[in-house]
Design a protein around this ligand. Structure first.
Ligand code: PLP
Length: 389
């Protein structure tokens, strides 16, 4: 089996990459180690780049359609990686998951309707609701012991307020939980009981820590599948975020027809030629690469958690089961949030995602992107010591 080298430093500065080349705009400094926006510093795998090069051998880049092989690659991936038997016709396109979430909000709710989310959560979940003139309802996660958990009593009381849609993050960004089948079943059944459409953002589903297994919520029963729309993508998994190509999987034929009509009226139904080529190659050839990546990321997370426990015991991390994004609580340092953000940039020269953008519960927290070579993680941890003084 080929061994992939995740220790390689790939210089990204100067490639118009958001993470490195826009730190001044986002943090007010160019002199930062960027550990923020969720893409990886690893090279996109060769089997994807080769497929793109091969497509370039044909000199016309006109309108295209997704070949059967594209759909089959996704069907096989869902089956092999997640034990989910989907039909090719359930697969719809969206130009990125965030765009897909916004389309779903626009298509399946009306202005003024309520949409339920579980903060602290990925900031665009707030934006796709607010910017479409819908109202947010919150079912905050709560901390029990070392882990974030769902509060089902509160969930039910929020559902009684009649939201049309709930957006679930499975696995959860930023808290790193991979929800168990039992946890998911409770959410999905409550949604059914209160006639609330469940949209499950599963973009991080391939990025499980070693030994963890992802459960697509739609696998729990046919009834749940009929009330669930699942967002998946190769973008986080294979570092293809710039391709803006993702899958919206809709088993319910009526919901699917509605989404496809909407898509046809707004963007092209097949999406982006290079995104399609890249996704197909990734899903066909990516299993070994992904297994090795998961091992590497698991070790990066373990390294950080250990470092923090030993060298910065005032900081707190939580049970981490999935994603390469580590949620760190700095409350124990006794700094104000403002002071903390200033120190991170000025003294530690680190660019982290500000926890407050994930909702109020993110005060004193930061999200750290660990999808980078170990040497970068080690450097980041040394820099982190400087917040303490
Ligand atoms: C939960 C979640 N959904 C969606 C996205 C972004 O998806 P896209 O780039 O396909 O819009 C991210 C990126 O970090 C994410 O964490």
């Amino acid at each position: 089996m080929k061994r992939y080298d995740f220790d390689e430093i790939v210089p990204r500065r100067g490639s118009n990459c958001l993470k490195y080349d826009m730190t001044n705009e986002f943090f007010g400094s160019d002199d930062l180690l960027p550990m923020w926006i969720a893409d990886m510093d690893f090279r996109t795998p060769d089997f994807v780049l080769d497929a793109l090069r091969q497509r370039l051998d044909h000199p016309v880049m006109g309108y295209f359609f997704n070949p059967e092989g594209y759909y089959q690659a996704i069907v096989n991936w869902m089956q092999r990686r997640h034990g989910w038997n989907i039909s090719a016709k359930w697969i719809c396109f969206s130009p990125g998951v965030v765009a897909g979430l916004s389309f779903l909000v626009q298509n399946f709710t009306d202005k003024g309707d309520r949409v339920l989310i579980q903060p602290p959560v990925y900031p665009p979940f707030f934006e796709v609701v607010r910017k479409n003139d819908r109202q947010l309802l919150f079912n905050p996660l709560r901390i029990e012991g070392d882990a974030y958990m769902m509060d089902y009593d509160d969930l039910e009381s929020q559902l009684k307020k009649g939201p049309k849609m709930m957006i679930l993050c499975n696995p959860h960004n930023p808290v790193g939980r991979s929800w168990t089948p039992e946890e998911l079943r409770r959410v999905a059944e409550l949604c059914l009981r209160y006639h609330c459409l469940l949209v499950s953002d599963e973009i991080h589903s391939d990025l499980m820590m070693r030994g963890q297994r992802h459960t697509p919520v739609a696998t729990l029963s046919d009834e749940i599948a009929q009330n669930t729309i699942t967002c998946m993508a190769p973008s986080k998994t294979f570092n293809l975020a710039g391709m803006f190509t993702s899958e919206i999987i809709i088993p319910n034929p009526e919901l699917r027809a509605r989404y496809k009509n909407f898509l046809n009226d707004t963007v092209h139904i097949y999406g982006n030629l290079f995104g399609s080529v890249a996704a197909q190659a990734a899903y066909i050839h990516g299993a070994d690469w992904l297994d090795q990546l998961r091992d590497y990321l698991t070790d990066n997370v373990a390294y950080c958690k250990r470092f923090i426990a030993e060298q910065l015991p005032e900081l707190r991390t939580y049970r981490h089961e999935a994603t390469y994004l580590l949620w760190v609580n700095f409350q124990g340092l006794g700094l104000s949030h403002q002071e903390l953000t200033e120190r991170l940039v000025r003294d530690a020269h680190l660019g982290l995602n500000d926890g407050q953008t994930f909702g109020d519960a993110g005060e004193q927290c930061m999200r750290v992107n660990l999808a980078c070579p170990r040497s970068t993680v080690e450097e980041a941890m040394q820099r982190l010591l400087k917040v303490k003084k």
